[in-house]
Design a protein around this ligand. Sequence first.
Ligand SMILES: [Zn+2]
Length: 99
Amino acid sequence: MTTIETLQKIKDYYEKIRDIWQRLEHLEKLPTQLEELQMRIAKLEDRLKSRLGEACIHCGELAVRVVDTSPAGNGKSFHHLKCNACGFEHKRVVLPTGN
Ligand SMILES: [Zn+2]
């Protein structure tokens, strides 16, 4: 083996070691990145839960939202509800809060 070939082999080994080292550095960061992702997913799940609607009495999906309100007299109000899954609509009388 010539000197040039030996130097080339040393250079090849050096590059392989450097590549492995970079991968190890990347692996070392993974637990922290995984923990950050788990926290972000938990926050998104919480936000998603708060965005779910009430259960639809027609289809059962958690997709019922108040789409409008109107006065019903004596401090009560009507909530106009609509299911975003099946389109079922109905009204509900709501008592004033604090009573
Ligand atoms: Zn429905």
